[in-house]
Design a protein around this ligand. Structure first.
Ligand code: SF4
Length: 461
C-alpha cells in the first residue's frame, strides 16, 4: 500500500525585535509586533536565531542615541538584516543626510516614529510573509475594478472645505491623508502588476498632507514629506522606471499647484490637470464657499500654459446655482472662452438633500438651469473642438484600451489629454505598417488625421 506524505509545514519566519525609548516608542513597538503576529511572523529572543531584526530607536539624549546606534551595530554583526525605526530614524546627520544610514550604511531600511505601515512594507520586502491560504488568493495590488493597465490611487479621504452644494464632508469627515509611504508602496505594487496609467484621486488632491502638517514620512528608507509636490515627484520618478503615466485629478488651484507644472514639463507626470472650478464669478464662488480664490483663475491658467504649453485643463462647472444672475452666467461663458478649458463638463444645479445651498434665496427655475447648461456646453464644445482640431497632423503617444485581433483593424486608445471614462478617446485606424500590432495596455505612437466631436482619429505608426 502506498501512502502520500504531505510536505512538512514550513517554519514561520522569525523577527528579532528590540524596543528602546519612551512609552510612545513602546506603543509603536506594540503596533508593529501585533501586525507581525497577525501576519504569522514569529519573534526570536536572539539576534542570531532571527531571519531579520527590527530596532525601534530613541533619539532624545546623547546616551539614548549611543545606545540605539550600538544596538543597531550589534544586530548587524550578529544577524546582518536590520530594519531601523523610531525617533533616531528621523534624525539628520552631518550635511543633512540620514544619521542612521551615515553610521550604519548596511541597514535594510530606516523609518521615523509611528510608521507601522512603512516598517511592515520593509519587512515584506526583505522577509516575505508566511503563506496564508485565505488571504493569499488576493493579488498584491488588491482587487481592482479597472482594466489591468490603469488604476486609481486614493491619497486621502474627506475634505476640510464646506462648499454649500456638497455633503461629502458631512458623510466622510475632514481630510485624512494616507501616509505617503503607504501611497507610494501601493503605487509600486500597481506598477509591478502591469498598471501603465495611475490616476491620483481624492476629494482635494492639492490639500494632501495639510491634516498632518506635511509630516515627514518614509519610503524606501528615505524621508519624504506628506505634501502634494513631494508625492507627485516621487510618483513620477517611480512611474518612469515602469514607463507608466501619472495623471492628477481634483486639483484645486491653490498657488502651490504652480510648483507642480514644472514636473509636468519635465515629463514626471502628465501635463493634464483636472481642476473642478464650478464657476468663475466671484459672487457665485462666495455663495458656493469654494476653496482657493477664484478671481485669479484666469491668470493662474495662463501662467500654467506659459510654464507648460501642452497642458490640458479639464474642469466641471455648475449652471443655475441659487441666485445666479444672467450677468453672472455670462461671466462664466466669457471665462470659458478666455481660459480655453480643453475639457469642460457642466451640471445644471441640483439640490442635494442636506446641502446648505438649498437654503439660499433666489433659486433659479429648473428650466432655466437646464437652458444655461445647454448654452454652456455649446460654448465648451466649440472651444474643445477648436483645440482638438489643432492636433491634426501631430504625433501622439497613445495608450491602447481596446485592440481586437491585435489591432489589425484598428482599436481605441487615449492620449495624455484623455482621462478614462470622462474625456474623449483616440480612435485608432489600422496601423500603417502591416507588421505592426496593437496590444491593450501598451503604448503606440499615432499620427492624428482628424478630429471628430470629443475624439481624435489617428493612424498608429
Ligand atoms: S465640493 Fe467642496 S466640500 Fe465637497 S469635497 Fe469638494 S472641496 Fe470638499
Amino acid at each position: 500500500m502506498s501512502e502520500t506524505l504531505a510536505p512538512p509545514p514550513k517554519a514561520a519566519p522569525k523577527v528579532g525585535f528590540v524596543s528602546l525609548g519612551c512609552p510612545k516608542a513602546l506603543t509603536d513597538s506594540e503596533l508593529i509586533l501585533t501586525q507581525l503576529s497577525a501576519e504569522g511572523y514569529q519573534t526570536s529572543k536572539t539576534f542570531a536565531g532571527a531571519d531579520l531584526v527590527i530596532v525601534n530607536t530613541c533619539g532624545f539624549i546623547d546616551d539614548a542615541v549611543r545606545e540605539s546606534l550600538d544596538t543597531i551595530g550589534e544586530a548587524l554583526a550578529e544577524n546582518g538584516k536590520v530594519i531601523v525605526t523610531g525617533c533616531l530614524g528621523a534624525r539628520e546627520g552631518e550635511g543633512g543626510g540620514n544619521l542612521v544610514r551615515q553610521m550604519h550604511p548596511s541597514v535594510l531600511a530606516v523609518t521615523g516614529p509611528h510608521a507601522t505601515h512603512e516598517v511592515m512594507s520593509a519587512v515584506h520586502e526583505h522577509l516575505p510573509k508566511p503563506h496564508d491560504p485565505f488571504v493569499d488568493l488576493v493579488p498584491p495590488q488588491g482587487i481592482k475594478l479597472t482594466p489591468r493597465h490603469y488604476a486609481y490611487l486614493k491619497i486621502s479621504e474627506g475634505c476640510n472645505h464646506r462648499c454649500t452644494f456638497c455633503i461629502i464632508p458631512s458623510m466622510r469627515g475632514d481630510l485624512v491623508s494616507r501616509p505617503i509611504g503607504d501611497v507610494l508602496t501601493e503605487a509600486r505594487k500597481l506598477f509591478e502588476a502591469g498598471v501603465k496609467e495611475l490616476l491620483v484621486v481624492s476629494q482635494d488632491t492639492s490639500a494632501y498632507g495639510v491634516d498632518v502638517k506635511y509630516r515627514t514620512g518614509f519610503w524606501d528608507g528615505k524621508p519624504v514629506k506628506t505634501r502634494m509636490f513631494d508625492l507627485v515627484r516621487s510618483l513620477g520618478e517611480l512611474a518612469k522606471g515602469y514607463g507608466a503615466w501619472v495623471r492628477l485629478h481634483y486639483v484645486y488651484p491653490y498657488p502651490h499647484v504652480d510648483d507642480i507644472i514644472p514636473l509636468m514639463a519635465e515629463g514626471l507626470c502628465l501635463p493634464y490637470l483636472d481642476v473642478p472650478l464650478q464657476h468663475s464669478h466671484p459672487d457665485v464662488l462666495r455663495r458656493m464657499k469654494r476653496p482657493a480664490s477664484g478671481e485669479r483663475n484666469l491668470e493662474r491658467i495662463a501662467r500654467w500654459r506659459e510654464l507648460c504649453p501642452e497642458i490640458v485643463v479639464r474642469s466641471t462647472f455648475i449652471a443655475g446655482f441659487p441666485g445666479e444672475t444672467e450677468a453672472e452666467f455670462d461671466h462664466l461663458l466669457e471665462f470659458l472662452r478666455e481660459a480655453r478649458i480643453d475639457r469642460a463638463g457642466c451640471f445644471a444645479y441640483s439640490p442635494v438633500p442636506g446641502a446648505t445651498a438649498n437654503a439660499l434665496p433666489d433659486a433659479v427655475p429648473d428650466a432655466l438651469r437646464e437652458e444655461r447648461r445647454a448654452r454652456f456646453m455649446a460654448v465648451a464644445e466649440n472651444v474643445s473642438s477648436d483645440k482638438l482640431q489643432q492636433r491634426v497632423g501631430a504625433t501622439m503617444q497613445v495608450l491602447v484600451d481596446a485592440a481586437p485581433g491585435m489591432g489589425k483593424k484598428g482599436g481605441v486608445g487615449r492620449s495624455y489629454a484623455d482621462a478614462p471614462e470622462i474625456d474623449g478617446v483616440v480612435r485608432l485606424l489600422p496601423p500603417e505598417k502591416i507588421s505592426k500590432t496593437l496590444k491593450v495596455g501598451e503604448f503606440t505612437k499615432a499620427r492624428v488625421v482628424a478630429a471628430q466631436g470629443h475624439d481624435l482619429l489617428a493612424v498608429p505608426i
